[in-house]
Each structure stands twice: as C-alpha cells, then as structure tokens.
Design a protein around this ligand. Structure first.
Ligand code: KG4
Ligand code: ZN
Length: 330
C-alpha cells in the first residue's frame, strides 16, 4: 500500500492539513483567514502567523479524523516560499510531529504543491507537460520534465495574475480577495465596453500586469459615477484571461507539449478554465485542472507532492528551515 502522508500548509492566509495516500486525497481541511484580512484589504503577516498558531492543532486533528497518529508514514510541510512567520507555524508543528512520532519530515516548495495538485484528479499525467501556475504571488509557464525537474519558460515581470485581480477588485470597490469577486461581478457584463492593456506584446512568453491596475484606476476616475462595475469587471477578467491563454497555448505548441495543467488559486477562475480548455482542445492538447478545493491554497496538494518526494527518497532533517523566496527545484 502507498504510504500515508500528512500534508501541512501555512504559507499565507490558509491554515490547512490533509491526509493523502498515493493519489488519493483522504481528507482536506482548510481554515481560511480571509474574513479577518478582508477588514484590512489584504494579508497582514503578523495577524496571519498568529491565526495559524490558533488554528494549526485543531486543523491537523480534523484532517486526521479517526486515524491514529502512528499510522502516518511521513509529514510533508510547505517550507518555502511564503511569509516567514506563517511558514514557521506549519514547519514547527510538522517538526514536533516528526520528532515525537519518529517519522520522516519533508519540506515542500509551495509551487511544487500547486504543480502536483493535478494528481488529485483521475487524469493520466504525462511528461514532459506544460503547467501554467497562476496564484496571488506567481505567474509562471513551466515545462515539467518530471516531478522535481522544472524549467521556467515564461513568467511575470511585475505583478502576478492573482495580484492583478486583487488590485483591480480593490479599485472597483469589490473587496478582497479579488479573483472570485471580479468573476462574480463580471457575470452578464460586456468585456468589450472598456479597452484595457494586456501588457507585453510580441512573441514573448512573459507577462506584465502592472499596467492593468493603473488603467483600471484611470478608467474609474474618468468614468466616475457612470462606470459600469459589471462591464469593468468583465473587461479586467478578459484582459487577464486572454493573455494567459494565448501565451500558454503558444508555449505548448512551440515546445510540442500535448498536455497543459492549470494550477494555483487563479485556476479557480471559470472563464480561464473554459477558455484554456476550448483553445487547447482545438489543437488536440489535453488540459488538466484540479477540482476547486485543490486550486486555491490547500494541504492536499502538499501531501500529494510529499507522496511523490517520499517515493523519490527525500528526507529532511529536523533543522529544516523556512525561506520567504525560493526558486522551483530543478
Ligand atoms: O494559490 P492561492 O490560493 O494563494 C497563493 O499562493 O497566492 O492564490 C490566491 C489568488 C488570489 O489572488 C485570488 O484572488 C485568486 O487566487 N483567485 C481567483 C479566483 N479564486 C481565487 N482569481 C480569479 N478567479 C477566481 N475565481
Ligand atoms: Zn498558492
């Protein structure tokens, strides 16, 4: 039988724990801090760390359900990148469990977790494949040669796609976090009403989203009370989705990759999912997207990455450190 892995994730504003066996997600518990951070309009690192401290034990307990702790074969925890104070809470809990149970500890890169989230589907994952990682902090087109062997083909030169949603949402008065708020507000809106910039032009695989926020700000100022928030939200979503899909599909064609995975919190966006599926499938390229509860931050994806890394022989010492910034392993 595949080993039983406890996954723990506290890199930003979700306290999460999950039990995973092979590709099976047995439990996936998330305590979100969104309501708390929403009052400040964004994630406040100190408050996040303190909320993780309060939630971590109950969340792990709930993820275990009736499973005795000594049945776990390894503990996988996000140790990079992320907010240092937040990461430390999960890593400290993982170390305490690893030490008291004498079980292996594995430090997982948060983005490798997102990449592995597609293992939570029934799809056959082929190598090499192309991944689009779109989250609050990252926008990367990655060639996944094997688990653990990643080549970045394109990335944002400024804001991440999720950040573009969040900042535009704030300007439009739609609140935090912005992705879902914009998606909901965009329903029934016309994306053609307002022309917004799509960043870098030409045949690059990189992205630039910082101009979008400024353009939305200018639009809101110039339209004033006449601004249609619905049409503006639809236009923002269209500007982001269009460029993400165009570049990802072009990269797949250029590098002759027959499968695209769409991962990270922004992959929850329904317009992005359907547009990518439509355009890729026209070219005979397969698209795999995790279910919604594995799209935004969660610990099941950390457990899934942990299962892969455990099988590859990774074992980390109890001195495992946390890192605010870290490149994907290669
Ligand atoms: O992966 P994630 O949960 O956390 C990070 O690692 O950053 O991604 C969070 C990002 C936020 O920017 C949020 O606005 C965005 O994902 N997001 C969405 C949707 N749901 C979450 N963006 C667009 N549409 C959504 N439905
Ligand atoms: Zn994430």
């Amino acid at each position: 039988m595949d080993p039983l892995i406890l996954g723990i994730e506290t890199s930003c504003d979700e306290t999460a724990a999950a039990l995973v066996r092979g590709r099976s997600v047995l439990s996936n518990v998330i305590a979100t801090q969104i309501a708390m951070h929403a009052q400040w309009g964004g994630v406040v690192p100190e408050a996040a760390a303190r909320a993780h401290v309060e939630a971590i034990i109950p969340v792990i307990r709930e993820a275990l359900g009736g499973t005795p702790l000594n049945r776990i074969n390894a503990i996988a925890v996000t140790n990079r990148p992320g907010l240092v104070g937040a990461l430390s809470v999960g890593v400290t809990a993982a170390k305490a469990l690893a030490r008291s149970l004498s079980k292996p500890l594995l430090g997982i890169h948060h983005l490798e977790g997102h990449l592995c989230s597609v293992l939570g589907t029934a799809a056959e994952i082929v190598f090499p494949h192309l991944a689009l990682i779109v989250s609050g902090g990252h926008t990367e087109i990655v060639r996944v040669n094997a688990w653990g062997n990643y080549e970045i083909l394109g990335q944002t030169i400024d804001d991440a796609a999720g950040e573009a949603f969040d900042k535009s949402s704030r300007v439009l008065g739609l609140g935090f976090p912005g992705g879902l708020a914009i998606q909901n507000a965009a329903t029934g809106g016309s994306s053609k009403r307002y022309a917004l910039p799509q960043g870098l032009s030409g045949d690059t695989l990189n992205f630039s989203f910082s101009g979008l926020k400024t353009a939305v700000l200018r639009l809101a100022e110039s339209e004033g009370k006449n601004l249609s928030v619905t049409d503006a939200a639809a236009s923002v979503q269209e500007a982001i989705v269009k460029v993400l899909v165009e570049r990802t599909v072009r990269a797949a064609v250029e590098f002759e990759l027959r499968q695209i995975t769409l991962v990270g919190g922004v992959s929850a966006n329904l317009a992005l999912r359907s547009r990518l599926e439509q355009q890729a499938q026209r070219l005979g390229i397969d698209v795999v997207v995790p279910p919604l509860d594995l799209s935004t931050d969660n610990a099941a994806m950390i457990g899934l990455a942990g299962a892969v890394r455990f099988a590859q022989g990774q074992r980390d010492p109890l001195s495992l450190d946390v890192f605010p910034n870290a490149d994907l392993p290669n």
